[in-house]
Structure formats: C-alpha cells, structure tokens
Design a protein around this ligand. Structure first.
Ligand code: NAD
Ligand code: TYD
Length: 356
C-alpha cells in the first residue's frame, strides 16, 4: 500500500478535469481524506467537470480554472497555496491535433511544464523535504518499435509526432530541474489508456460512439499498427504508488502487457458491441472503413513494465477483454455524459456549478 503523507499535505493535480486526471483526482480525494487535492485545469475541449461530479463536494477537493502556460498566474497560484506536491497531467494529448496545430502543444506541454517547474523551485526555496514534482508522460517519447522488443526505462528517446516531441521535451526539462536545481521529481511513461470518461476522439471511445450511432469506423492505413492498452484505473493506481513510493529522479514505465494490432482491437470491440446492443454478429464490423494513414504513424508501442512491478509491486489488474467490457458498459450506462459531450453541453457545467 502507498504511504500517506498524513494531514496537511496539499497536492496540486493539473489536468484533473481530463480523462486520466479525473481518475487520479477521484482516487486521491477518496483514498487520502487528510490531503487537500487542488485540481487546476484550463477546461479546454478535453476538460470536462462532469467527470468529477461524484467528488466535487468532498471537503478535501478544490477546483481552480487556469492555464499552466500563463507564468504569472502559476507563480501567484503557488505562492497562495504552498503546495507540497505536484502531479502534472495537464497536456494537449491527441496526436492528430498535434499534426494540425503543433504550437498549442509547445505552449501547454513544454512552456506550461516549465512554468510549473519554475514555480515549484521558487516556492520550495530548496526546502525540498517531503516535496515532490511528478510528471505524467507517455511511452510515445520512445518512438516506434519494429515487430519485436519492448520499451524499457533505458530506451533512448526518439519522438516522431509533435505530441510526443513536446512530451519528450517536457520530460527532459523535468530531469534538468532535478540535476540543476535539485528539484525532487519522478516521471512515469505509460502506454495507451482506455476506460470511462475518455473523450471520444481517441480510438476506443470514438469507435464506441460511432458504433452506437451507426457511423463509419475510420481505421488508419492497413490497421496493423499496434498499441499496448491499459485500463485507466490501473494507471491511476500506478500513479498513486509512484507519487508515494517512487524513488527520487527515477522514471517508471507503466503498461499492462496488452498489445493488439488496431484492426484486431477494433474487431473485438465490434463484436462486444454487437452483443451489448443486441445486433447480429458482424453488424458493427461492416462500419469499418480503411482511410488514409496518419503522417508519421508509429508502427508499434510495447511497454516493459518489469521495473514498476519488481520495485513497487504494481501490475495491471484486468485483461484487455475485461477492461473493454467494463468500458463499453460504462459508455452505454452513461449516455447522458456522452450526449453532453456530443452536443457540447458539457462545457456549460463549470458556469453552472461554480459561477452562479
Ligand atoms: P486529456 O486530453 O483527456 O486531458 C488533458 C487535460 O488537461 C484536460 O482536462 C485539459 O482541459 C487540461 N489542459 C490542457 N491544456 C491545459 C493548460 N494549458 N492549462 C491547464 N490545463 C490544461 O488527456 P489524458 O488522456 O487524460 O492525458 C493526461 C496526461 O497523461 C497527459 O499528460 C498525457 O500526455 C499523459 N498520457 C496519456 C495517455 C493516454 O493514453 N491518454 C497515455 C500516457 C500518458
Ligand atoms: P489514438 O487513440 O489516437 O492514440 P495514439 O495515437 O496516442 O496511440 O490512436 C490509437 C491507434 O489507433 C493509433 O495507431 C491510431 C489509430 N487510430 C485509427 O486507426 N483511427 C482513428 O480514428 C483514431 C483516432 C486512431
């Protein structure tokens, strides 16, 4: 079990209204009633406070709307709150968008991270006892694998998309603040996540949403690109563990040894959806259309998660099939959430809840 820092421990979680961030916020708010969890989020298209309805009234939770790319705002925030720890998830996270507008990725993922690092060292003033900066990163920084092999923590960085280049850059900045200013930090690099509350632009929720609406399922290229899938709650548990027990200046790869070629994953999803929607077997598969490949599309990701397993005792708890079933059930049971995302209504929730 993770070690708790006890009472009076204030943690800043950035990007807590996003997909993974909302699971981390929920986990921390519930598991550590003695902590104060401050969720800072800009509420871009990807931020959705409806993700956190079930914990928004907890006494140890606060929400602040703000942009990590605004250095003045971030400095003020840190001097007002005296954070003990930072779990940094805020990012532009979608590869396709990074191809269209790379500068947004530089602003949030690089500049935003450096603003948080600066504010941390200025506020902590070398008094680093019980302080920690935890950067949540991705396996995409390592680039692409061929047909065999795994990414380990020792694999060199070779990012291929503007998204992964911005994440690699921010990882390097975090590391450099450890070396140059002594900032206590940990980094984790995780494989593709899926599960409840994921915005329907990423493969799995997009395809669930399209299957429900009988819309085409656009598979890029020949569908043989391979991703290593992890259920989001397993990632949130790993983040909790690394935050509390990770060794200073180390990085941890997080993954569930769950590789699938995209086309196989999509066919599995179609077949599970047919069952859930009482459609004839094979009906959803007819929606698959092969479309032009993504430029610079990485062929294969696969994480070697041995270190986090051996050193911290973490491993994933569900198989891909189990996780997909839970995910599909969640999307079908939470049609309000999905309808609000599809209509854009989710973006009114902040005003409704916090600005009356
Ligand atoms: P997401 O896109 O669902 O959420 C990102 C959140 O960050 C949103 O709530 C958004 O409003 C917020 N945000 C964006 N720009 C901001 C800014 N300038 N200031 C403050 N908040 C801002 O992303 P996600 O999938 O939950 O990913 C979270 C983190 O995990 C990211 O750092 C991502 O790189 C990393 N990661 C994601 C995956 C994955 O499969 N989704 C895998 C490994 C690592
Ligand atoms: P995605 O969910 O965008 O995650 P990432 O690019 O960060 O791995 O995509 C997962 C895989 O699915 C990736 O190989 C691209 C592919 N893909 C499609 O084939 N069609 C789509 O519409 C999307 C969004 C992704």
């Amino acid at each position: 079990m993770p070690i708790s820092h006890g009472q009076n421990h204030t943690v800043l979680i950035t990007g807590g209204a996003g997909f993974i961030g909302s699971h981390v916020v929920r986990k921390m708010v519930m598991a550590y009633p003695g902590y104060l969890i401050v969720n800072l989020d800009k509420l871009t298209y990807a931020g959705n406070l409806e993700n956190l309805k079930d914990v928004e009234n907890y006494p140890n939770y606060r929400f602040i709307k703000g942009d990590i790319a605004d250095g003045y705002f971030i400095n003020d925030l840190f001097s007002n709150w005296n954070f003990d720890g930072v779990i940094h998830l805020a990012a532009e996270s979608h590869v396709d968008r990074s191809i269209e507008e790379p500068l947004e990725f530089v602003k949030t993922n690089v500049l935003g991270t450096v603003n948080l690092l600066n504010a941390s060292i200025q506020n902590w003033k070398k008094n680093y006892e019980r302080k920690r900066f935890y950067h949540i990163s991705t396996d995409e920084v390592y680039g692409s694998l061929g047909d065999t092999g795994f990414f380990s923590e020792k694999t060199s960085y070779k990012p291929n998309s503007p998204y992964s280049a911005s994440k690699a850059s921010s990882d390097h900045f975090v590391r450099s603040y450890g070396e140059t200013y002594g900032l206590p930090y940990v980094i984790s690099n995780c494989s593709n996540n899926y599960g409840p509350y994921q915005f329907p632009e990423k493969l799995i929720p997009l395809f669930i949403n399209n299957i429900i609406q009988n819309k085409p399922l656009p598979v890029y290229g020949n569908g043989k690109n391979t991703r290593d899938w992890l259920f989001v709650e397993d990632h949130a548990n790993a983040i909790d563990l690394v935050y509390h027990k990770g060794i200073n200046k180390e990085s941890y790869n997080i993954g569930g040894f769950n590789e699938r070629q995209n086309i196989d994953l999509v066919k599995l999803l179609c077949s599970l959806m047919d069952k859930r929607l009482f459609r004839n077997e094979g009906e959803s598969e007819k929606l698959i259309t092969f479309v032009k490949d993504r430029p610079g599309h990485d062929l294969r990701y696969a994480i070697d998660a041995t270190k986090i397993n051996k050193k911290l005792g973490w491993k994933s708890s569900v198989t891909l099939e189990e996780g997909l079933e839970m995910t599909i059930d969640w999307y079908l049971a939470n049609d309000d959430w999905l309808n609000h995302v599809n209509s854009g209504e989710y973006q009114d929730y902040y005003k409704m809840r916090y600005k009356q």
